[in-house]
Ligand binder design. Structure first.
Ligand SMILES: Nc1ncnc2c1ncn2[C@@H]1O[C@H](COP(=O)(O)OP(=O)(O)OP(=O)(O)O)[C@@H](O)[C@H]1O
Ligand SMILES: [Mg+2]
Length: 516
C-alpha cells in the first residue's frame, strides 16, 4: 500500500497545526516523522489514522481518494496507529483485549483468537501471556499487543507515535526488529514519530521534518549495516537538528556547583514490594548535587524514588530529609517543606485532563482554600512565557502537544525547592526543549536544590549526573567515577554487569513497573 497526503490543513483556533502538507509514504519503507514539540506530528498522524478529521485536503491510498469517518474506518482501509500514550482496557487480560479490539463482525472464537495471538507474538519474538491482566504488562508489552492486534485486523500502514519513551534498550531492539520485518520483508508502511535521533537513524529509511505545521524537508537516512560509524551518525544528527530547528544547537556544558549539606539520606532503606526482591539501598543527595538513576524499567529505581517521596511503603532502614526522619511523614507534608516529586505519566498522575493551565497553577499555588485567581492568572501567563509553552492559559491541558504538557509539568515546579525527585523529566521532549528544561533544573540546583532523577536516556544520565546509581533486580550500585563513564559502559552496567560481583545467587530478571 502506498499513501499520499495532499494539501492537508488543520487548525486549532489560532494554531495552524498542519499547514498544506503534501507527502507520499511508500510501501516497504520506514519513515521517521520529526519536528520540535508542537510542530504538528501527532496531528498529522491522527488525521491519517482517522482519529481526527482534517479541515481540508485529501488522503490517497494506492492513488484512490479515501474518505475517513473514524479510526475503525481507517483500520478497515489498512491504516492503524499506536497512540502516544497507549490506551487499553486495564481490567481485561491480554487475550480479552485482543478479542475486544477486533473489528465488529469478525468475532473470533476464544480458542481461535488465542492461537492467532500466540502465532503473531511468536513471529515477532513478543513475550505475551494471553492470560495476564493488562495491568501487569510493561509499556513495551502493551505496545506489542497493540501492534499484533492491528496486524490481525489487516493493517498495512502502521503508525507509532513516540514508541520508545519509557521502554528499555532490549525491548526497543525487539520492537525495531519487528518493524524492520514488517516493512522490509512484508512490505508495510511504517511511520515513526520520535525525538530520539539515534533511534531514527538506526531504524528509518528516510525522514520528513515538520516545523510549525509546515513540512520543511525530507532526507534519506544512511544505510544501517554499512558505514554507520560514529562520525556518520553525528553528522546525520547535526543535519536533522538543523532541519528541525532551523539552526545548529551549540554544545551544552554542565556547570558544576559546590556540594552542600545532605538533603536526603537513605540508609539501608528496604522498599516494600511484592514482586521485586528489593535490597537495602543507601544513598545521600547533597545540596547542589544531581543524582541519576539508571536501569531497565522495573528494576527498582521507580519504587525507590516513590518510597523517598513517601508514596511507597518501606520495610526497614532510615530516611532523612533535611536532617529529620521522614518515614512517618506524608508527601503533602514534605511538599510544604520544599520536597518535590515530579511523576511521569503526564495525564495519569502529574496533570489532570479536563483542567486548564490556569487551574493547574491554582492547584499548586498554595494550600489555602481562597484562590486568588488574578495572581494565579498572572503566574500562568508568566510560566507560559518562561517555559515557552505552546498553548493558552484557558486551554485544557490535553489540548497541548505531548512535549508542551511536559513543559507545563516542569513549569509547575516551585522556584526554590530543596529537593526534586523527578521521573523521566525530559520524556517526550525535543532535543532543544530537553536542554532547556535542564537549564531550568540546573538553575535550581545552583541555588542549592538536590536533584534525583531517572531516565532511560543514557546520554542524559551521563551528561547531567554528578553521580549515577544503576538499579538491577532490586539492587542499587553506585557507578564509580560517573563523570568519566561512557554511554557504552553505562549500557553494560544496566544490562547487569554488577550482578556477578555482588549477587549471592542469580538475580531474577527485572519485572513489573512501568518502564524506566
Ligand atoms: N485538540 C487540540 N486542541 C487544541 N490545540 C491542539 C489540539 N491538538 C493539538 N493542538 C495544537 O496543535 C499543535 C500541534 O500539536 P501536535 O500534538 O500535533 O504536536 P507534536 O508535533 O506531536 O508535538 P510533540 O512533539 O510535543 O508531541 C500544538 O500547538 C498543539 O497545542
Ligand atoms: Mg506528539
Amino acid at each position: 500500500m502506498d499513501i499520499e497526503l495532499r494539501k492537508i490543513h488543520k487548525r486549532f483556533g489560532p494554531v495552524h497545526a498542519n499547514n498544506d502538507i503534501n507527502v507520499k509514504f511508500l510501501h516497504g519503507r520506514i519513515v521517521g516523522i520529526l519536528g520540535e514539540n508542537g510542530a504538528g506530528k501527532s496531528t498529522l498522524m491522527k488525521i491519517l489514522s482517522g482519529f481526527q478529521p482534517a479541515d481540508a485536503g485529501e488522503i490517497l491510498i494506492d492513488n484512490r481518494v479515501i474518505d475517513y469517518t473514524g479510526p475503525s474506518a481507517a483500520i478497515a482501509n489498512g491504516v492503524g496507529m499506536l497512540q502516544q500514550d497507549p490506551l487499553d482496557v486495564g481490567a481485561f487480560t491480554v487475550l480479552e483485549n485482543f478479542i475486544y479490539g477486533g473489528a465488529e463482525g469478525i468475532t473470533l472464537q476464544r480458542a481461535q483468537a488465542e492461537a492467532r495471538l500466540r502465532e503473531l507474538a511468536a513471529r515477532f519474538g513478543f513475550e505475551l501471556d494471553p492470560h495476564q491482566p493488562i495491568d501487569n504488562l510493561l509499556i513495551a508489552q502493551r505496545q506489542q499487543l497493540e501492534i499484533i492486534r492491528l496486524l490481525a485486523l489487516g493493517v498495512e500502514t502502521l503508525i507509532l507515535d513516540e514508541p520508545t519513551t519509557g521502554i528499555s534498550a532490549e525491548q526497543k531492539e525487539i520492537l525495531f526488529d519487528a518493524l524492520r520485518k514488517l516493512a522490509h520483508d512484508e512490505g508495510l508502511v511504517v511511520l515513526l514519530v520520535s525525538h530520539k535521533l539515534e533511534d531514527v537513524i538506526d531504524l528509518c529509511d528516510e525522514v520528513v521534518v515538520l516545523r510549525a505545521g509546515i513540512l520543511v524537508g525530507d532526507m534519506d537516512m544512511p544505510v544501517s549495516d554499512e558505514n554507520l560509524t560514529g562520525a556518520v551518525i553525528a553528522e546525520t544528527k547535526r543535519q536533522l537538528v538543523t532541519m528541525m530547528f532551523g539552526e545548529e544547537l551549540e554544545a551544552q556544558s554542565r556547570p558544576q556547583f559546590d556540594k552542600g549539606a545532605p538533603v536526603l539520606e537513605a540508609r539501608d532503606l528496604v522498599v516494600h514490594d511484592l514482586r521485586l526482591d528489593m535490597q537495602p539501598i543507601s544513598l545521600t543527595a547533597r545540596a547542589g548535587e544531581v543524582i541519576g538513576l539508571a536501569g531497565l524499567g522495573g528494576s527498582g529505581q521507580e519504587l525507590f524514588m516513590r518510597a523517598c517521596a513517601r508514596l511507597q511503603r518501606v520495610n526497614s532502614g532510615s530516611l532523612q530529609f533535611d536532617g529529620e526522619n521522614i518515614l512517618g511523614a506524608s508527601y503533602r507534608q514534605l511538599f510544604r517543606r520544599g520536597f518535590i516529586f515530579g511523576a511521569d505519566g503526564r495525564l495519569e498522575e502529574g496533570l489532570i485532563s479536563g483542567l486548564t493551565l490556569t487551574e493547574h497553577t491554582a492547584l499548586v499555588a498554595d494550600d489555602s482554600l481562597q484562590i486568588d485567581w488574578k495572581s494565579v492568572q498572572k503566574r500562568t501567563d508568566e510560566r507560559i512565557k518562561q517555559y515557552r509553552i505552546k498553548g493558552r492559559a484557558f486551554d485544557n491541558i490535553e489540548q497541548l502537544s505531548g512535549g508542551n504538557q511536559q513543559r507545563m509539568l516542569i513549569g509547575l515546579l516551585p522556584d526554590d525547592p530543596k529537593l526534586l525527585i523527578l521521573e523521566q523529566p525530559t520524556r517526550g521532549l525535543d532535543v532543544d526543549s530537553a536542554r532547556w528544561i535542564w537549564t531550568q533544573l540546573l538553575e535550581r540546583c545552583g541555588r542549592g536544590a538536590a536533584i534525583i532523577f531517572n531516565s532511560s536516556d543514557l546520554e542524559e544520565l551521563v551528561t547531567y549526573s554528578d553521580r549515577i546509581f544503576v538499579f538491577f533486580a532490586g539492587r542499587a550500585h553506585e557507578v564509580p567515577n560517573a563523570k568519566d563513564t561512557s554511554i557504552d559502559e553505562l549500557g553494560y552496567l544496566i544490562g547487569g554487569e554488577f550482578k556477578a560481583a555482588s549477587a549471592p545467587h542469580p538475580p531474577a530478571p527485572p519485572q513489573g513497573g512501568k518502564g524506566s
